[in-house]
Ligand binder design. Structure first.
Ligand SMILES: [Zn+2]
Length: 181
C-alpha cells in the first residue's frame, strides 16, 4: 500500500514540473524555483518506493533460505546444542575448534582431556556394547575424551580436514597449513 501511495505522490510533483515547462514559465524565477522544490519532493518519494520494494524482495528471499538444517534442531539454551544420547555413553557436540574436553568432574573441575578421533567399529570394548555403531553407522566422525571417555560429535560447521584439526589463523593473518598425514 505504501508503495502505491509513494509512486502516485512521486508522480504529482513531476506533473507540476511538466505543467510549468509546457506553459513556458520555466524561464521565470517563479517557475524555476517551483521546479527546484518539486523535483526533490518527487525524488524523495520515489526513493521511498524503491526502498520499500527492495525490502519486500529481501523479505521474500529471506523466507526461502530460512529453512536451514539447523532450523528444526532442538536448542535448549542459546549457544548450547544437545546431541542425542546413547544408552551407554555421554554424547556432546564439539564447539568450533574445540580440542579439549570441557566436561566437569564430580568436584566441578573441567576434565581437560584430549579429544581424539575414536574409531568405534575397531574398538574391542565398543564392539561388545555396539550402541555407537547402531546410532551412527560403521565409521561416523566421532571424537572421544581420552580421560573421561565422553563422546563428542563434530561441530556442524567444521569439515573433516584431518585428525589434527584445522590450522589456526595466527595473529599475523597467516594460516598455518595442516600437517600432511
Ligand atoms: Zn573428559
Amino acid at each position: 500500500m505504501m508503495l502505491v501511495i509513494s509512486v502516485v505522490l512521486g508522480i504529482v510533483p513531476l506533473l507540476g514540473v511538466a505543467w510549468i515547462v509546457l506553459h513556458g514559465n520555466i524561464g521565470t524565477v517563479d517557475g524555476l524555483f517551483m521546479s527546484l522544490i518539486l523535483l526533490p519532493l518527487s525524488g524523495i518519494l520515489f526513493l521511498n518506493a524503491f526502498l520499500d520494494m527492495r525490502g519486500r524482495l529481501k523479505a521474500r528471499t529471506g523466507t526461502k533460505t530460512a529453512a536451514s538444517p539447523l532450523a528444526n534442531r532442538t536448542i535448549t539454551a542459546p549457544g548450547i546444542e544437545t546431541a542425542p544420547q546413547l544408552p551407554h555413553h555421554k554424547v556432546k557436540i564439539k564447539k568450533a575448534g574445540q580440542r579439549a574436553c570441557n566436561e566437569k568432574n564430580e568436584k566441578g573441575k573441567f576434565c581437560g582431556g584430549h579429544l581424539k578421533r575414536w574409531f568405534y567399529s575397531v574398538d574391542l570394548i565398543e564392539q561388545d556394547c555396539g550402541d555407537a555403531e547402531q546410532a551412527w553407522g560403521l565409521d561416523a566422525e566421532v571424537y572421544r575424551c581420552e580421560h573421561c571417555k565422553t563422546l563428542y560429535l563434530p561441530h556442524p560447521g567444521e569439515s573433516v580436514v584431518n585428525v589434527a584439526g584445522q590450522g589456526q589463523i595466527s595473529v599475523f593473518g597467516l594460516t598455518v597449513p595442516p600437517k600432511a598425514s
